[in-house]
Every structure is written in structure tokens, then in C-alpha cells.
Design a protein around this ligand. Structure first.
Ligand code: PMP
Ligand code: GLN
Length: 379
């Protein structure tokens, strides 16, 4: 019989990290920092484990953490949300994305995604009987063509998935984008799934355009974020979803049978840390912008071409001056010839356009970035 996900293999992130390990190469592929989160946060996990907080957390999240998330949404985006009915803690953003899709997408529903698209969206839509409608963001700017979106919308359109700051491109949506989106969905039943996991990693003074800033968008949105990106703790897998109570209620029906609840000591530690101090979040743009600038300055001596990322901890680079190979083959040469692993961009597109682009993760210590850039400048 046909499998439920024909054409789906092992995710590119697992593949590329395994390749890096096999070659003992520098791994700039899968997105994760090679440094730890704040010591004060790590210490709280230890504290809560030793204090016996080792049993199931409440299904929706520990109250101290959902309250801290609600306070953060108010502080950052000026939106008042009810912690008890509108905030759900999930096992990473990945779970929140899947639960939101499973909660509302019915067989035959269409979901608009923008390629290059993060790899978990399409399979989640398909597993739930929906049809992902892929619209291609066009290089070099990779902005959204709102007229094209308008043409793609029809009575079967159930949801639009947006990701800002954007992985893998690193581009951020503008206020004008949000206004165009508002005009498009006004008077429709279309829901929005906003993947905002890089909400605190936005550069050059730009403001993150959260759905939570816009009441008319927020009322139809699942807004998803992840503590893994903000606190350098991707392995903890703690994320969350903020959505109006009726949408949260549907999401929770799925969440309770997917994972039921999320790791208790990590939630308690995050609650303590969020309540104690927001300076880490505020310092994050400058912290990652310095890494972007350091890496890019070193890469200026290479034959890669690039426009600096506007957000995220990824930098996309064009290798067309180096090779004619397709990107999936180029990354294999790169590991052999330079000992550095990157992510090919075509894997994020249903129909890859003509482009020769790879993604490097710069969430790394200076020494890692320097060593990688030195190698990349030799090819
Ligand atoms: N969405 C995007 C755009 C991401 O980059 C990631 C992290 N890889 C996720 C979702 C998943 O986040 P988490 O690790 O918290 O599940
Ligand atoms: N989001 C991370 C990235 O883009 C990877 C997450 C994963 O490995 N599933 O690299």
C-alpha cells in the first residue's frame, strides 16, 4: 500500500549533522548554538530537578510559565492574552506547529506556504488530509508577492503559514506586509499560523512583526515560538503557542494526545528566568548581529556572494561563482574539500527555482566561525 508520506525521507538537518560527524567537519548546517544558555537559567533546571519537580506538568503548561509568556507578549507586542485559556506550552515549536495544523486542517483544505519553507509544514498538512499550496518566494529579495497570494486564495483556503524572521532566508516581514495580509484575510475565515521562533533575532534596528501586534490578525492566529532559539537551549524542546481561546481549545485537544504535557523542570526553570530578567532577550539582536557581521566580514574574502540576513541565525550564500553543481551536490563537495557542512536551499522548495544557494548557521563561537570561514575562503 502507498505510504502516508510518499517522497519524505530523513530530514535534511539530521542528514547533514550526520555527514558533519562522519567527516569530523565543522557543522554549520543544522541550526543550533555551540555555546550554552545563561548560567542562571541552567542552575534553575538543576534546582527544580533536585527539588522533586519530576512528575507530569499540567497539560497546558505550568501556570508560572504560561503567566510569564502572557506577560512577555504584553511587554513585547502590547497584546493582552489570558494565560489560562490562550497560552499552551508545547514540546518545541515543532509540536505547536503540528498541533495547530492537525487541530484545524480538514481533508481537502488548502494551506498556503511560502517556499523556501521550513520542512515540517508540508508533511503536517498532508498527514491531516490537507493540500499544501506552495508559492515560491522569488530571489534575490524573497519577498511575498501579495497579488500572487490573492490569486491563490479560494473557498478551500483554510490557513496561511507565515514565518518571520524567515528560516532559511533570514528575511523579516515589514509593516507593509502585515497590512497587505490584513487586507487579504479581512472578511474571510482564513486562519494564520505564524512561526515566530526567531522573534528575538532581528537585526539592523528592525522591529519583529509579530501577529500579536495586530489585533485583527491575532484574532485568527496561532502564534508559535520556541525557547530553544532565544535561550540557546534547542535540546530542551520547550515551545509555545498563543492563540485566541477557541483556537487554543482546539489546539489543546491535539496536544493532549500528542505529548500530553512538556518537561516539568525545564518549564519551571524558564518561568523563573523569564520572571527574573528580560535583559537576555533584549541583548539578543546585538549578540547575533555581531556574529553575523563577524562571519560575513571573514567571508568577504571568499567567492561566496551574499546579502546580510535581516534576522535568524542563518546566512544564505550564493556559490555560483564557485560551482555549477546543484546545491545538494555542492554541499557534498564542500564537506570533502573544505570540511564545512551547510544546508542546500532547494530542499525547502517544492519546485526549486534556478538558484545556487546554501545556508550557514552562525550561532557559533568566534573561533568556530573563524575556522569555518578560513576553510570556506580556500575554495
Ligand atoms: N520553525 C522554524 C522556522 C525553525 O527554524 C525551528 C527550529 N529548527 C522550528 C520551527 C522548531 O523549533 P523547536 O526546535 O522548538 O521544535
Ligand atoms: N530548525 C533547525 C534548523 O533549521 C533544525 C531543527 C531540526 O533539526 N529539526 O536548522
Amino acid at each position: 500500500p502507498e505510504t502516508k508520506l510518499p517522497g519524505v525521507g530523513t530530514t535534511i538537518f539530521a542528514q547533514m549533522s550526520a555527514l558533519a560527524q562522519a567527516h569530523q567537519a565543522i557543522n554549520l548546517s543544522q541550526g543550533f548554538p555551540d555555546f550554552d544558555g545563561p548560567e542562571a537559567l541552567l542552575a534553575r533546571v538543576d534546582h527544580h530537578i533536585r527539588a522533586g519537580a519530576n512528575q507530569y506538568a499540567p497539560m497546558n503548561g505550568v501556570p508560572a510559565l504560561t503567566a510569564a509568556i502572557a506577560a512577555k507578549v504584553q511587554r513585547c507586542y502590547g497584546r493582552q492574552v489570558d494565560a489560562a485559556s490562550e497560552v499552551t506550552v508545547t514540546s518545541g515549536a515543532t509540536e505547536a506547529l503540528f498541533a495547530a495544523i492537525a487541530a484545524v486542517v480538514r481533508p481537502g483544505d488548502e494551506v498556503i506556504v511560502f517556499d523556501p519553507a521550513y520542512d515540517s509544514y508540508d508533511p503536517a498538512v498532508r498527514l491531516n488530509g490537507g493540500k499544501a499550496v506552495h508559492l515560491q518566494l522569488q530571489p534575490p529579495a524573497f519577498g511575498i508577492d501579495w497579488d500572487e497570494v490573492a490569486r491563490a486564495i479560494n473557498p478551500s483556503t483554510r490557513m496561511i503559514i507565515l514565518n518571520t524572521p524567515h528560516n532559511p532566508i533570514g528575511q523579516v516581514l515589514s509593516e507593509a506586509d502585515m497590512q497587505a495580509l490584513s487586507r487579504l484575510v479581512e472578511g474571510t475565515d482564513i486562519l494564520l499560523l505564524a512561526d515566530e521562533v526567531y522573534e528575538h533575532i532581528v537585526f539592523d534596528g528592525a522591529a519583529h512583526q509579530s501577529m500579536n501586534r495586530y489585533p485583527d490578525l491575532a484574532k485568527r492566529s496561532f502564534v508559535v515560538s520556541s525557547f530553544g532559539k532565544t535561550y540557546h537551549t534547542t535540546g530542551w524542546k520547550v515551545g509555545y503557542c498563543v492563540a485566541p481561546a477557541p483556537l487554543s481549545a482546539e489546539l489543546r485537544k491535539v496536544h493532549q494526545y500528542l505529548t500530553f504535557s512538556t518537561s516539568t523542570p525545564f518549564q519551571l526553570a524558564l518561568a523563573d528566568y523569564l520572571n527574573a530578567d528580560s535583559s537576555h532577550d533584549q541583548a539578543l539582536p546585538a549578540f547575533y548581529q555581531a556574529k553575523r557581521d563577524h562571519f560575513n566580514a571573514l567571508m568577504a574574502d571568499s567567492r561566496f556572494r551574499f546579502t546580510p540576513a535581516g534576522g535568524t541565525y542563518f546566512q544564505v550564500m550564493d556559490y555560483s561563482a564557485i560551482s555549477d553543481l546543484p546545491d545538494t551536490e555542492f554541499v557534498l563537495c564542500l564537506v570533502e574539500q573544505a570540511g564545512v557542512v551547510a544546508i542546500p536551499l532547494s530542499v525547502f522548495c517544492q519546485q526549486p527555482p534556478e538558484m545556487k544557494l546554501v545556508r550557514f548557521c552562525f550561532a557559533k563561537n568566534e573561533s568556530t566561525l573563524e575556522q569555518a570561514a578560513e576553510r570556506l575562503c580556500t575554495i
